[in-house]
Ligand binder design. Structure first.
Ligand code: KG4
Ligand code: ZN
Length: 341
Protein backbone atom coordinates (compact mmCIF):
# COMPACT_ATOMS: atom_id res chain seq x y z
CA UNK A 1 0.00 0.00 0.00
CA UNK A 2 1.55 3.34 -1.05
CA UNK A 3 1.85 6.00 1.66
CA UNK A 4 2.59 9.76 1.50
CA UNK A 5 6.26 8.90 1.50
CA UNK A 6 7.98 8.70 -1.84
CA UNK A 7 9.82 5.39 -2.14
CA UNK A 8 12.35 4.92 -4.96
CA UNK A 9 13.98 1.61 -5.82
CA UNK A 10 17.31 2.40 -7.49
CA UNK A 11 19.61 0.19 -9.57
CA UNK A 12 23.21 0.89 -10.64
CA UNK A 13 25.29 -1.48 -12.81
CA UNK A 14 27.34 0.88 -15.00
CA UNK A 15 30.78 -0.51 -14.16
CA UNK A 16 32.01 -3.04 -11.60
CA UNK A 17 29.51 -2.73 -8.72
CA UNK A 18 26.08 -4.35 -8.76
CA UNK A 19 24.10 -2.01 -6.54
CA UNK A 20 20.49 -1.62 -5.43
CA UNK A 21 19.11 0.91 -2.94
CA UNK A 22 15.79 2.02 -1.52
CA UNK A 23 15.47 5.77 -0.90
CA UNK A 24 12.66 7.48 1.00
CA UNK A 25 11.68 11.06 0.10
CA UNK A 26 14.88 11.56 -1.90
CA UNK A 27 17.10 11.80 1.15
CA UNK A 28 16.70 8.87 3.50
CA UNK A 29 18.56 5.62 2.82
CA UNK A 30 16.36 2.62 3.71
CA UNK A 31 18.76 0.15 2.06
CA UNK A 32 22.00 0.51 0.12
CA UNK A 33 23.43 -2.83 -1.03
CA UNK A 34 26.62 -2.95 -3.11
CA UNK A 35 28.18 -6.15 -4.49
CA UNK A 36 31.68 -5.27 -5.64
CA UNK A 37 33.44 -7.23 -8.38
CA UNK A 38 36.86 -5.72 -7.68
CA UNK A 39 38.37 -9.09 -6.67
CA UNK A 40 37.48 -10.59 -10.09
CA UNK A 41 39.02 -7.73 -12.08
CA UNK A 42 42.14 -7.22 -9.93
CA UNK A 43 44.25 -9.86 -11.65
CA UNK A 44 43.64 -8.16 -15.03
CA UNK A 45 44.67 -4.74 -13.67
CA UNK A 46 41.35 -3.14 -14.69
CA UNK A 47 37.69 -3.82 -15.41
CA UNK A 48 37.08 -6.49 -18.07
CA UNK A 49 33.70 -5.62 -19.64
CA UNK A 50 32.60 -9.21 -20.38
CA UNK A 51 33.38 -10.33 -16.84
CA UNK A 52 31.55 -7.28 -15.44
CA UNK A 53 28.37 -8.10 -17.41
CA UNK A 54 28.42 -11.73 -16.34
CA UNK A 55 28.81 -10.82 -12.66
CA UNK A 56 25.95 -8.31 -12.89
CA UNK A 57 23.69 -11.03 -14.33
CA UNK A 58 24.65 -13.39 -11.49
CA UNK A 59 24.28 -10.77 -8.74
CA UNK A 60 21.37 -8.54 -9.70
CA UNK A 61 18.51 -10.68 -8.35
CA UNK A 62 20.36 -11.45 -5.11
CA UNK A 63 21.20 -7.77 -4.52
CA UNK A 64 17.64 -6.69 -5.38
CA UNK A 65 16.12 -9.15 -2.93
CA UNK A 66 18.58 -8.13 -0.21
CA UNK A 67 17.76 -4.41 -0.64
CA UNK A 68 13.99 -5.03 -0.55
CA UNK A 69 14.47 -7.18 2.56
CA UNK A 70 16.67 -4.62 4.35
CA UNK A 71 14.21 -1.81 3.58
CA UNK A 72 11.28 -4.00 4.73
CA UNK A 73 9.15 -2.88 1.80
CA UNK A 74 7.10 -4.65 -0.86
CA UNK A 75 6.97 -3.88 -4.56
CA UNK A 76 3.54 -2.29 -4.00
CA UNK A 77 5.20 0.39 -1.77
CA UNK A 78 7.49 1.62 -4.57
CA UNK A 79 6.61 4.88 -6.38
CA UNK A 80 9.31 4.69 -9.05
CA UNK A 81 12.28 2.66 -10.24
CA UNK A 82 15.40 4.71 -10.97
CA UNK A 83 18.15 3.09 -13.00
CA UNK A 84 21.51 4.21 -14.38
CA UNK A 85 20.98 4.60 -18.11
CA UNK A 86 24.55 5.76 -18.90
CA UNK A 87 27.37 6.51 -19.27
CA UNK A 88 29.24 3.29 -18.56
CA UNK A 89 29.96 -0.12 -20.07
CA UNK A 90 27.10 -1.01 -22.39
CA UNK A 91 26.87 -4.68 -21.41
CA UNK A 92 26.98 -3.78 -17.72
CA UNK A 93 24.38 -1.01 -18.03
CA UNK A 94 22.03 -3.33 -19.94
CA UNK A 95 21.71 -5.69 -16.97
CA UNK A 96 20.44 -2.92 -14.67
CA UNK A 97 18.23 -1.35 -17.33
CA UNK A 98 16.58 -4.67 -18.17
CA UNK A 99 16.06 -5.56 -14.50
CA UNK A 100 14.47 -2.15 -13.92
CA UNK A 101 12.21 -2.49 -16.96
CA UNK A 102 11.12 -6.00 -15.94
CA UNK A 103 10.12 -4.85 -12.43
CA UNK A 104 8.45 -1.70 -13.76
CA UNK A 105 6.42 -3.72 -16.28
CA UNK A 106 5.53 -6.57 -13.90
CA UNK A 107 4.34 -4.26 -11.11
CA UNK A 108 3.13 -1.26 -13.13
CA UNK A 109 5.67 1.10 -11.53
CA UNK A 110 6.97 4.26 -13.30
CA UNK A 111 10.54 4.09 -14.62
CA UNK A 112 13.18 6.87 -14.54
CA UNK A 113 16.52 6.63 -16.39
CA UNK A 114 19.30 8.45 -14.51
CA UNK A 115 22.69 9.82 -15.62
CA UNK A 116 25.50 8.21 -13.58
CA UNK A 117 27.20 11.56 -12.91
CA UNK A 118 23.91 13.18 -11.84
CA UNK A 119 23.84 10.32 -9.33
CA UNK A 120 27.35 11.06 -8.04
CA UNK A 121 26.40 14.73 -7.58
CA UNK A 122 23.10 13.90 -5.84
CA UNK A 123 24.91 11.58 -3.38
CA UNK A 124 25.48 14.86 -1.53
CA UNK A 125 21.72 15.36 -1.02
CA UNK A 126 21.70 12.20 1.12
CA UNK A 127 23.69 14.13 3.72
CA UNK A 128 22.83 17.80 3.11
CA UNK A 129 19.99 19.69 1.37
CA UNK A 130 21.30 21.35 -1.80
CA UNK A 131 21.30 25.16 -2.11
CA UNK A 132 21.53 26.76 -5.52
CA UNK A 133 23.41 27.95 -7.42
CA UNK A 134 26.02 25.31 -6.69
CA UNK A 135 29.19 23.92 -8.18
CA UNK A 136 30.17 20.26 -8.13
CA UNK A 137 33.66 18.90 -8.63
CA UNK A 138 33.11 15.47 -10.17
CA UNK A 139 36.18 13.23 -10.04
CA UNK A 140 35.71 9.57 -10.92
CA UNK A 141 37.32 6.78 -12.92
CA UNK A 142 35.73 7.97 -16.16
CA UNK A 143 35.01 11.69 -15.54
CA UNK A 144 36.62 14.86 -14.24
CA UNK A 145 34.28 17.82 -14.53
CA UNK A 146 33.22 21.05 -12.89
CA UNK A 147 29.42 21.14 -13.08
CA UNK A 148 27.35 24.28 -12.39
CA UNK A 149 23.73 23.82 -11.27
CA UNK A 150 21.33 26.76 -11.05
CA UNK A 151 18.47 24.50 -9.89
CA UNK A 152 17.55 20.85 -9.40
CA UNK A 153 18.14 18.74 -12.51
CA UNK A 154 19.98 21.50 -14.42
CA UNK A 155 23.59 20.65 -15.25
CA UNK A 156 26.11 22.88 -17.05
CA UNK A 157 29.60 21.47 -17.55
CA UNK A 158 31.94 24.49 -17.22
CA UNK A 159 35.15 22.46 -17.39
CA UNK A 160 36.18 18.89 -18.10
CA UNK A 161 39.24 16.76 -18.71
CA UNK A 162 40.70 16.86 -22.20
CA UNK A 163 42.33 13.44 -21.81
CA UNK A 164 42.48 11.13 -18.78
CA UNK A 165 40.03 11.34 -15.91
CA UNK A 166 41.60 11.91 -12.48
CA UNK A 167 40.75 8.36 -11.33
CA UNK A 168 42.15 6.93 -14.55
CA UNK A 169 45.45 8.78 -13.94
CA UNK A 170 45.53 7.40 -10.38
CA UNK A 171 44.92 3.87 -11.66
CA UNK A 172 47.59 4.12 -14.38
CA UNK A 173 50.22 5.57 -12.04
CA UNK A 174 49.37 2.85 -9.53
CA UNK A 175 49.91 0.18 -12.17
CA UNK A 176 53.35 1.64 -12.93
CA UNK A 177 54.16 1.34 -9.23
CA UNK A 178 52.91 -2.30 -9.27
CA UNK A 179 50.00 -1.50 -6.97
CA UNK A 180 46.72 -3.44 -7.25
CA UNK A 181 43.57 -2.23 -9.06
CA UNK A 182 41.89 0.12 -8.33
CA UNK A 183 45.00 2.10 -7.58
CA UNK A 184 43.49 5.32 -6.19
CA UNK A 185 43.22 4.23 -2.56
CA UNK A 186 46.76 2.72 -2.64
CA UNK A 187 48.34 5.91 -4.02
CA UNK A 188 46.37 7.90 -1.44
CA UNK A 189 47.75 5.73 1.39
CA UNK A 190 51.34 5.84 0.03
CA UNK A 191 51.15 9.61 -0.51
CA UNK A 192 50.58 10.12 3.21
CA UNK A 193 53.75 8.16 3.98
CA UNK A 194 55.94 10.23 1.65
CA UNK A 195 56.75 13.83 0.89
CA UNK A 196 56.09 15.74 -2.39
CA UNK A 197 59.81 16.32 -3.14
CA UNK A 198 59.73 15.36 -6.85
CA UNK A 199 58.99 18.17 -9.25
CA UNK A 200 56.04 17.18 -11.47
CA UNK A 201 54.05 19.32 -13.93
CA UNK A 202 50.67 20.96 -13.33
CA UNK A 203 48.47 21.40 -16.40
CA UNK A 204 46.83 24.80 -15.87
CA UNK A 205 45.91 25.11 -19.62
CA UNK A 206 44.92 28.50 -21.07
CA UNK A 207 44.26 31.44 -18.78
CA UNK A 208 40.74 31.22 -17.37
CA UNK A 209 40.07 27.64 -18.56
CA UNK A 210 38.27 25.29 -16.19
CA UNK A 211 39.34 22.26 -18.24
CA UNK A 212 41.77 19.67 -16.90
CA UNK A 213 44.49 17.46 -18.35
CA UNK A 214 46.18 14.60 -16.53
CA UNK A 215 47.90 12.59 -19.25
CA UNK A 216 51.06 14.76 -19.22
CA UNK A 217 51.37 14.33 -15.47
CA UNK A 218 50.86 10.57 -15.77
CA UNK A 219 53.58 10.34 -18.48
CA UNK A 220 55.89 12.47 -16.37
CA UNK A 221 55.52 10.06 -13.42
CA UNK A 222 56.24 7.08 -15.68
CA UNK A 223 59.28 8.84 -17.25
CA UNK A 224 60.65 9.85 -13.85
CA UNK A 225 60.47 6.23 -12.73
CA UNK A 226 62.03 4.81 -15.91
CA UNK A 227 64.84 7.40 -16.02
CA UNK A 228 65.72 6.63 -12.42
CA UNK A 229 65.73 2.90 -13.16
CA UNK A 230 68.09 3.42 -16.12
CA UNK A 231 70.47 5.45 -13.96
CA UNK A 232 70.30 2.80 -11.26
CA UNK A 233 68.78 5.29 -8.82
CA UNK A 234 66.03 4.43 -6.39
CA UNK A 235 62.92 6.55 -6.14
CA UNK A 236 60.82 6.02 -3.05
CA UNK A 237 57.30 5.15 -4.27
CA UNK A 238 55.92 7.07 -1.29
CA UNK A 239 57.57 10.28 -2.50
CA UNK A 240 56.45 9.73 -6.09
CA UNK A 241 52.87 9.06 -4.91
CA UNK A 242 52.95 12.18 -2.70
CA UNK A 243 54.29 14.34 -5.55
CA UNK A 244 51.70 12.98 -8.03
CA UNK A 245 48.88 13.46 -5.54
CA UNK A 246 49.97 17.01 -4.76
CA UNK A 247 50.01 17.91 -8.44
CA UNK A 248 46.50 16.49 -9.03
CA UNK A 249 45.02 18.10 -5.92
CA UNK A 250 46.68 21.45 -6.53
CA UNK A 251 45.02 21.85 -9.94
CA UNK A 252 41.63 20.42 -8.87
CA UNK A 253 41.35 22.63 -5.80
CA UNK A 254 42.66 25.83 -7.41
CA UNK A 255 40.21 25.59 -10.33
CA UNK A 256 37.30 24.66 -8.06
CA UNK A 257 37.91 27.65 -5.78
CA UNK A 258 38.26 30.03 -8.74
CA UNK A 259 35.06 28.76 -10.40
CA UNK A 260 33.12 28.87 -7.11
CA UNK A 261 34.04 32.55 -6.67
CA UNK A 262 33.43 33.51 -10.30
CA UNK A 263 30.01 31.83 -10.43
CA UNK A 264 29.01 33.12 -6.99
CA UNK A 265 27.80 29.73 -5.77
CA UNK A 266 26.33 29.02 -2.35
CA UNK A 267 27.57 25.44 -2.19
CA UNK A 268 30.43 23.31 -3.51
CA UNK A 269 29.84 19.56 -3.71
CA UNK A 270 32.51 16.91 -4.10
CA UNK A 271 31.46 13.85 -6.12
CA UNK A 272 32.77 10.61 -7.66
CA UNK A 273 35.14 7.83 -6.61
CA UNK A 274 38.20 10.11 -6.26
CA UNK A 275 36.16 12.13 -3.72
CA UNK A 276 37.24 9.36 -1.33
CA UNK A 277 40.79 10.74 -1.55
CA UNK A 278 41.92 11.93 1.88
CA UNK A 279 44.35 14.51 0.51
CA UNK A 280 41.71 16.04 -1.77
CA UNK A 281 39.10 16.16 1.01
CA UNK A 282 41.55 17.89 3.36
CA UNK A 283 42.79 20.38 0.75
CA UNK A 284 39.21 21.40 -0.15
CA UNK A 285 38.29 21.74 3.51
CA UNK A 286 41.30 23.98 4.11
CA UNK A 287 40.60 26.21 1.09
CA UNK A 288 36.88 26.60 1.76
CA UNK A 289 37.40 27.27 5.47
CA UNK A 290 38.70 30.65 4.25
CA UNK A 291 35.45 31.23 2.28
CA UNK A 292 32.73 30.89 4.94
CA UNK A 293 30.04 32.21 2.55
CA UNK A 294 30.42 29.01 0.49
CA UNK A 295 29.30 25.74 2.08
CA UNK A 296 31.48 22.74 1.21
CA UNK A 297 29.73 19.36 1.19
CA UNK A 298 31.73 16.12 1.03
CA UNK A 299 29.92 12.76 1.06
CA UNK A 300 31.00 9.92 3.37
CA UNK A 301 33.32 7.39 1.71
CA UNK A 302 30.53 4.84 1.15
CA UNK A 303 28.65 7.35 -1.04
CA UNK A 304 31.71 8.45 -3.08
CA UNK A 305 32.37 5.24 -5.02
CA UNK A 306 29.62 3.69 -7.16
CA UNK A 307 26.38 2.89 -5.32
CA UNK A 308 22.66 2.93 -6.05
CA UNK A 309 21.62 5.29 -3.22
CA UNK A 310 22.97 8.19 -5.29
CA UNK A 311 20.93 7.02 -8.30
CA UNK A 312 17.84 6.97 -6.07
CA UNK A 313 18.58 10.51 -4.83
CA UNK A 314 18.89 11.87 -8.40
CA UNK A 315 15.95 9.76 -9.61
CA UNK A 316 13.73 11.12 -6.83
CA UNK A 317 14.15 14.70 -8.08
CA UNK A 318 13.57 13.66 -11.70
CA UNK A 319 10.44 11.75 -10.67
CA UNK A 320 9.14 14.83 -8.81
CA UNK A 321 9.76 16.90 -11.94
CA UNK A 322 7.52 14.51 -13.90
CA UNK A 323 10.34 12.92 -15.87
CA UNK A 324 9.54 9.33 -16.95
CA UNK A 325 11.21 6.76 -19.20
CA UNK A 326 9.21 4.30 -21.26
CA UNK A 327 9.84 0.62 -21.91
CA UNK A 328 12.06 1.57 -24.85
CA UNK A 329 14.65 2.77 -22.30
CA UNK A 330 18.04 1.48 -23.40
CA UNK A 331 21.60 1.52 -22.08
CA UNK A 332 23.30 4.66 -23.39
CA UNK A 333 27.10 4.55 -22.88
CA UNK A 334 27.50 8.11 -24.24
CA UNK A 335 24.59 9.75 -22.36
CA UNK A 336 25.01 13.56 -22.13
CA UNK A 337 24.72 15.09 -18.64
CA UNK A 338 23.51 18.49 -19.84
CA UNK A 339 20.57 16.91 -21.73
CA UNK A 340 19.59 14.76 -18.75
CA UNK A 341 17.26 16.04 -16.05
O1 KG4 B 1 33.06 6.81 -9.27
P1 KG4 B 1 33.80 5.53 -9.29
O2 KG4 B 1 33.52 4.52 -8.18
O3 KG4 B 1 33.59 4.79 -10.64
C1 KG4 B 1 33.42 5.51 -11.83
O4 KG4 B 1 32.28 6.00 -12.06
O5 KG4 B 1 34.44 5.66 -12.53
O6 KG4 B 1 35.35 5.90 -9.30
C2 KG4 B 1 36.35 4.93 -9.33
C3 KG4 B 1 37.70 5.64 -9.31
C4 KG4 B 1 38.87 4.69 -9.55
O7 KG4 B 1 39.69 5.26 -10.55
C5 KG4 B 1 39.59 4.69 -8.20
O8 KG4 B 1 40.98 4.47 -8.28
C6 KG4 B 1 39.27 6.06 -7.68
O9 KG4 B 1 37.92 6.27 -8.04
N1 KG4 B 1 39.44 6.17 -6.22
C7 KG4 B 1 40.36 6.96 -5.64
C8 KG4 B 1 40.25 6.75 -4.24
N2 KG4 B 1 39.25 5.84 -4.02
C9 KG4 B 1 38.75 5.50 -5.25
N3 KG4 B 1 41.27 7.80 -6.18
C10 KG4 B 1 42.08 8.47 -5.34
N4 KG4 B 1 42.05 8.30 -4.00
C11 KG4 B 1 41.16 7.47 -3.40
N5 KG4 B 1 41.15 7.33 -2.06
ZN1 ZN C 1 30.98 6.37 -10.77
Amino acid sequence: MKTDNQIILAIETSCDETAVAVIKNGKEIMANVVASQIESHKRFGGVVPEIASRHHVEQITIVLEEAIKQATIQYSDINAIAVTEGPGLVGALLVGVNAAKAIAFAHGIPLVGVHHIAGHIYANRLIQELSFPLLSLVVSGGHTELVYMKEHGSFKVIGETRDDAAGEAYDKVARTLNLPYPGGPHIDRLAHEGSPMIDLPRAWLEEGSYDFSFSGLKSSVINTLHNAEQRGEIIEPQNLAASFQESVINVLVTKTVRAAKEYGVKQVLLAGGVAANKGLRRALEESFSELPEIELVIPPLSLCTDNAAMIGAAGSIMFEKGIRSDYALNANPGLDLEMNG
